[in-house]
Design a protein around this ligand. Structure first.
Ligand SMILES: *Cc1c(COP(=O)(O)O)cnc(C)c1O
Length: 401
């Protein structure tokens, strides 16, 4: 089918939930994708921080094929080996003692919200069910997770929302102190706000929150759906902030593009999920679990985390160079590892389109923050090419003024 026919059919038959670019992506390799007409694009979006090991990775493809021939799905009525081994890996590499597998970020956050409530029910404090979340946050699109999300555009039109979320300004511990009461069961936040515009916490923010949680006897839930799985240069972002959560959620890059989510928790908290309390039909099935295991193996065997740290630093330095050159267009460069944002003065969509015309996919969030979330295997040469492209675009913007 040609490009126009695909776009036409999509507009006729698909729910109108997405504003898509007029681009039909038909294949990929490493950090490059090709459209239906054979044009190539260097991919600084990676399926929104999903394809951390790039596209068409041979080991992942082989793992999928051999697992698919053996067993795709069995249901959680039975034990399966890949799920068990993946659980062991994640526990070994994190603060957590227990993991629950599901299929998306929203679903992982649903599990976290349910677990926090159940924990206090089990401890004879049923009145403690409220969760403090942050302005500018993003936790998903299901009823509970959009109710937790601190962005009106996500919540609008879906009243009545789920009760029990108190939304406070990000990076402000005083606001948390004021919002906490004897009904609070948890504080839930992203270590770095991704969709919210790559907003980073101040130095001691997460530590201060951990302290507040300890003092109040409430739980800390970190949503690492975007920041986890190496995106910020460590397997999990919390490692860089000197804190450990009680509950953490993962999804996006967990299985490099197969739909998978996970909710991890300490033994003490996870106890509240007993037999029959929560479930997912597909969660952690042999196919996705074997791919996630393969992803973890590659992350460690190929030193991908160190590459992410070094390349991320290089990328950030180059973006800082652009900021020095175009101080009237670029307001701030921020982020960690390969989760980087460039706040610009004005709307970013024309820059995204110009990049696409020149063969680069980048993302814009919150209207004025260009977000760079390439596969973690991106090379300096590919970064240099993007910087040259952006330099050219900014130069033309200055000339047009
Ligand atoms: C993408 C994202 C989600 C939602 O994940 P879905 O798989 O789309 O449900 C939740 N939290 C954060 C931080 C995310 O970036």
């Amino acid at each position: 089918m040609n490009k126009e026919a695909i776009i036409q059919k999509e507009k006729s038959f698909l729910a109108g939930t997405y504003t898509r670019f007029p681009l039909v992506i038909s294949r990929g390799k490493r950090c490059t994708v090709w459209d239906s007409e054979g044009r190539s694009y260097t991919d600084f979006v990676a399926g929104i921080a999903v394809c951390n090991l790039g596209h068409a990775n041979q080991r992942i493809a082989d793992t999928m094929y051999s697992q698919a021939k053996r067993l795709i799905h069995a249901s959680n009525l039975y034990y399966t080996e890949p799920q068990t081994l993946l659980g062991e890996w994640l526990i070994e590499k994190s603060f957590a003692d227990r993991v629950f597998f599901c299929n998306s970020g929203a679903e992982a956050n649903e599990a976290a919200i349910k677990l926090a409530r159940k924990f206090f029910k089990d401890h004879g404090k049923p009145e403690r069910f409220r969760i403090i979340t942050m302005e500018g946050s993003f936790h998903g699109r299901t009823m509970a997770t959009l109710s937790a999300t601190g962005q009106d555009k996500v919540r609008k039109g879906f009243d009545p929302l789920l009760e029990g979320f108190d939304i406070v300004p990000f990076n402000n511990t005083e606001a948390i102190d004021n919002a906490i009461n004897d009904k609070t069961c948890a504080i839930m936040l992203e270590p770095i706000q991704g969709e919210g515009g790559v907003r980073c916490p101040s130095r001691s923010y997460l530590k201060d929150i951990r302290e507040i949680c300890n003092e109040q006897g409430i739980l800390l839930i970190l949503d690492e759906v975007q920041t986890g799985m190496g995106r910020t240069g460590t397997l999990f972002a919390y490692e860089q902030f000197g804190v450990e959560p009680d509950i953490m959620t993962l999804a996006k890059a967990l299985a490099n593009g197969l739909p998978m989510g996970a909710m991890l928790a300490t033994e003490k908290v996870a106890k509240a999920f007993g037999p029959g309390s929560h479930a997912s039909t597909f969660g952690g099935n042999p196919l996705v679990a074997s791919v996630a295991l393969c992803v973890l193996k590659i992350l460690f065997e190929d030193n991908v985390l160190r590459h992410c740290q070094e390349t991320g630093k290089y990328f950030k330095d180059r973006l800082d160079g652009l900021k020095l050159k175009y101080p009237f267009i670029i307001k701030e460069i921020r982020g960690k590892g390969l989760l980087l944002g460039m706040e610009i003065d004005g709307d970013g969509s024309s820059i995204v389109n110009s990049c696409m015309e020149r063969g680069f996919l980048i993302n814009c969030t919150q209207r004025n923050v260009l977000r760079f979330i390439p596969p973690l295997i991106i090379s300096r040469d590919e970064i240099d090419d993007l910087i040259t492209c952006l330099d050219q675009i900014f130069k033309e913007m200055v000339e047009d003024r």
